[in-house]
Design a protein around this ligand. Sequence first.
Ligand SMILES: Cc1cc2nc3c(=O)[nH]c(=O)nc-3n(C[C@H](O)[C@H](O)[C@H](O)COP(=O)(O)OP(=O)(O)OC[C@H]3O[C@@H](n4cnc5c(N)ncnc54)[C@H](O)[C@@H]3O)c2cc1C
Length: 587
Amino acid sequence: MKRALREIHSDILILGSGGAGLFAALHAHQSAPELSIGVAVKGLLGKCGCTRMVQGGYNVALAPGDSIERHFMDTIEGGKWLPDQELAWKLVSLAVERIRELENELGCFFDRNPDGTIHQKAFAGQSFDRTVHKGDLTGIEIINRLAEQVWARNIKRLEEHRAVELIKSSSGDALAGVLMIDMRSGEYLLVRAKAVLLATGGGPTMYRYHTPSGDKSCDGLAMALRAGLRLRDMEMVQFHPTGLLAGAHTRMTGTVLEEGLRGAGGYLLNGAHERFMQHYDAKLERATRDIVSRAMVAEMRAGRVTPNGGLYISMAHLGAERVRREFKGMVERCADCGFDLAGGLVEVVPTAHYMMGGVEFAADCTTALPGLFVAGEDSGGVHGANRLGGNGVANSTVYGGVAGDAMAAWVRAEGALRAPDPTAIDEAIARCERPFAARGAGHGAIEMLRETLSGVMWDRVGIIRDAAGLAAAERELSAIDDALEGVALPDGERAYNLSWHDWMNLKSLTQVSRVIAAAARAREESRGAHFRSDFPEAGALERSAYTSARLVDGTVAIATKPVAFTRVRPGETLLRDAVHGAATDAA
Ligand SMILES: Cc1cc2nc3c(=O)[nH]c(=O)nc-3n(C[C@H](O)[C@H](O)[C@H](O)COP(=O)(O)OP(=O)(O)OC[C@H]3O[C@@H](n4cnc5c(N)ncnc54)[C@H](O)[C@@H]3O)c2cc1C
């Protein structure tokens, strides 16, 4: 039976309501108030996604002695020379503008010093303490203020609407719109739009331990792949060293204890209550996330573990009062799970946190598909091999704003509603309908396949990788994908049909996992977040190359392309200029 399809039109359609999506909506509205703008989101606007979960804060060069050049160099060196330098430059320079906008136009209150200047704290891997924050719950402040501003404007909200396919025009050379499912009714909806922003926030939720919100299942990346776009640096999955380890049967396990704990001087201890980071890196607990996570896995593999198989973080030596004052949210989160962060020990494990990889894009957020723009964690190339803590929310807000401006200008200049390809719509609906027509295992299989997926990704495509494990993972992921094709769901109520959405989540996650595994196998060196025990050396920085993945007849094809050192080459620095230059104290 052919399913009914409703259709609506919008000049601009934004997928996702995190920092990228909401900033894009506000900027597009400001740039071109006459345009119709819609924000479609899998959850409720302002209540879902990871920007709301940002704890530690926002990197920006504001203080005397800091500079955008210094922030840039930290980003490039932290990213192991893989970032696209123009994208990284735009990030650090526009972050200054964006933080002013957040405070002065949107009304965010960030913590301040006694002299009234913005307080900036230490984050790992940075040469200057530049992380702006609101206590340790910065994201709630940012998203609440952004959401209020969006609510106050004439911006259409499509809440609990899941994007399932990017639909091209009949000629195939541009985007015509997005096929969605209204999760509240289960009905299909085609939103035809002149410009679409992909801001669904990536999210490595395919790993056993992970931090991102459950609404994120890499749908945007999977849709981009199916639309023929290239994904860059997909092997670069960041693991945060301090995920809470609260036991196997609580979703609190994997949630992150913020980086500021290590920044403030927290210790990591093994199961024998010994500090161990001195055996791995001179920066101890303040080394970058990749180094600390690998050191932790090495301790765990050596069996020096806590009762739940992890390690400990200890803050008590800093004084319980100070810890309670500075990390109120973290102390409360730990207390909810029976741990005393201020005075005792908390069990932790590395946890998949962020995808540096994403859709290849230009500095104005355009992609290879006319009409499609991308921003935030769905995009690739800003962070290279490793994202600095604090650069994530800077990335989503900076590029969200850029995308809003760019889409408004593009729609005014050349935007048109294009006729969608009817075959592409039928095929996309048939793909979503597959479990209702299948005759295989019932919905119980979905949970089993999720467990299998998270185990394969954690064990074989996780923090320490090798060729044999990655090849095995590719076979296993292919088998999971096949098994998903056979899962059968009863063709009944479609409203809030969570088994159906779980099935679609797993399809997206499996598709993107295959790209991560293939890109990881292609990179025969160890850089940043990607560590190959069979290729432990970093390779020559001068010959740095990024991976570029796309689907060819359903198979993942990986190319490697040289990084263009457009501003600085390995071995050089911009800092001498910065010390003498006017831009040093960018304020
Ligand atoms: C626990 C935690 C703490 C963090 N702390 C920091 C920090 O201190 N500093 C920092 O810089 N970064 C931090 N990050 C990273 C930061 O949150 C992200 O880099 C950034 O916020 C991503 O913004 P985004 O707009 O791209 O995506 P998100 O904010 O994740 O928003 C994605 C949106 O897309 C929607 N969506 C997903 N799929 C679909 C679909 N199919 N259809 C429609 N909508 C969809 C989601 O519902 C959501 O609204 C943290 C991340 C986590 C998980």
